[in-house]
Write a protein that binds this ligand. Structure first.
Ligand SMILES: Cc1cc2nc3c(=O)[nH]c(=O)nc-3n(C[C@H](O)[C@H](O)[C@H](O)COP(=O)(O)OP(=O)(O)OC[C@H]3O[C@@H](n4cnc5c(N)ncnc54)[C@H](O)[C@@H]3O)c2cc1C
Length: 424
């Protein structure tokens, strides 16, 4: 069974806190005939929407095919944290790629954040994300990195000591952290729907319930129709990497889980900032405008979600907030994202005229827009940003298309086990 259908929520948005109170659009009809256009986009998450919007703004005829609903995938159900930069520190990027390339990448990621911010109306965007460190001995490293970034990239991150962390997060789990006020947190589904409206206003044709089963040259086929275009962008992230061979060898799907508490009227913590910690399997959380704690963490590597997502998330939540160990969790859901061998995004022309982007490894809220736009530009011959992203070191998963996912999963399980052994 595919990742698209493994968890029984086909065709409807999952019951997240994000969907509540939003004006959700009626379904778009499925594709039922043969069509032609300039660009066909497969997948209606942030990557696909940004691809489609960019191409339509450039005057192209664009068709977007989504297997479920727009934003049904990771984009509409994630932790909402719009982070800075990439999964590698800038220092590491500089060491590997040289300062000029690392600076160019940073500038692109900053622009992606700014572009996303323009679509945050009604999405409750709030600036400020704290990277929390797990051990006191790590704090000097966090402080040195903060000073280095200020010197070389002009950032204004703030180092927080144990007392400040306890005051802001209401938890004594973290001996320190770094606050980045240029990052932020939002309702990701509201952000997606704002982008959807922009796509419609610009003339993008949207089909939902239209799962693509095959990409053949620049023709894509669903169960009931097909689109032939001058170019194709595969924006399926963790759900259908198998559609093109190179994507399947580079991008590994994983599942991650979130739960939300009932409103905590007396809650005073995390009302200003969101938090993501330094575990291999990151815990991340924020408090919504109506004072619910939205807590994410815990992964699994098979297609199916566990039967009791609440229990899985509660274990991690209780380590950070022992006093909330028994709190009522009104919502709980899982989602599929994708990682790569180096945790940097996979952006490539995987066959002539077929572009693919994904594997943002938890940084997709900002980087998906960047990658989507770069693919749209490359498809019409403007390749500078695309080449910058495509040159990121993202080797195929060791073991190839068949063994690769198993070996990579073994590595992920080992990382998660290290988290547990170290008590993090
Ligand atoms: C629980 C969770 C928490 C996360 N938290 C954060 C966070 O706080 N910050 C952050 O930056 N990132 C986070 N991420 C990652 C981020 O959500 C993703 O990187 C990003 O949304 C990827 O966008 P996308 O459009 O590439 O993929 P998706 O949003 O998954 O979209 C892919 C779309 O393609 C469709 N599709 C797939 N196969 C086909 C097919 N064959 N035919 C047609 N359509 C198809 C799917 O239905 C889906 O709608 C999180 C992810 C999860 C799951």
């Amino acid at each position: 069974m595919s990742w698209l259908h493994a968890n029984g929520d086909s065709g409807v948005w999952p019951a997240t806190v994000y969907a509540e109170g939003l004006d959700l659009p009626a379904p778009f009809p499925p594709l039922r005939d043969r069509r032609t256009c300039d660009l066909v986009v497969v997948g209606g998450g942030l990557t696909g929407l940004w691809t489609a919007l960019d191409a339509a703004r450039a005057g192209q005829a664009v068709i977007l095919l989504e297997a479920q609903r727009i934003g049904w995938g990771a984009s509409g159900r994630n932790g909402g944290q719009l982070g800075s930069g990439f999964n590698w520190s800038q220092r590491k990027l500089e060491a590997r790629l040289g300062p000029a390339k690392a600076h160019a990448l940073w500038a692109l990621a900053e622009a992606a954040k700014a572009d996303a911010s323009a679509f945050m109306e009604g999405a409750g965007y709030r600036p400020g994300v704290i990277s929390a460190c797990l051990r006191a001995r790590e704090l000097p490293e966090y402080a040195a990195e903060t000073a280095w970034m200020a010197r070389h990239y002009g950032t204004a991150w703030e180092v927080l000591d144990a007392g400040e962390m306890a005051r802001v997060t209401g938890s004594t789990a973290y001996p320190g952290g770094v606050l980045d006020r240029s990052a932020g947190v939002c309702n990701p589904l509201a952000y997606v729907l704002n982008l959807l409206r922009a796509c419609l206003d610009t003339g993008v044709e949207i089909f939902e319930g239209s799962e693509v089963h095959r990409i053949d040259g620049t023709t894509v086929a669903t169960g009931h129709g097909a689109v032939t275009a001058r170019a194709v962008v595969q924006a399926t992230n963790g759900y259908s990497p198998w559609l093109t061979d190179r994507t399947a060898r580079s991008v590994l799907p994983i599942n991650n889980y979130i739960a939300a508490t009932a409103p905590l009227p007396n809650c005073t913590f995390c009302t200003d900032f969101a938090v993501a910690d330094g575990r291999f399997v990151v815990n991340y959380f924020h408090v919504t405008e109506d004072r619910r704690l939205v807590f994410g963490g815990g992964e699994s590597y098979g297609r199916r979600f566990p039967t009791d997502i609440r229990a899985k998330v509660r274990r991690n939540l209780a380590r950070v907030y022992p006093e909330l160990a028994e709190v009522e969790l009104t919502h709980a859901w899982g989602g599929t994202l994708a990682v790569t061998a180096t945790r940097l995004p996979f952006v490539a022309e995987v066959a002539p005229g077929v572009f693919s982007a994904g594997g943002y490894s938890g940084h997709g809220l900002a980087l998906s827009g960047l990658a989507g736009r770069a693919c749209a530009e490359a498809a019409r011959g403007k390749r500078d940003q695309f080449e910058t992203l495509a040159s990121l070191p993202v080797p195929s998963l060791p073991g190839g298309r068949v063994l690769g996912p198993w070996l990579a999963q073994a590595g992920m399980v080992w990382g998660a086990t290290r988290d547990r052994l170290s008590g993090g």
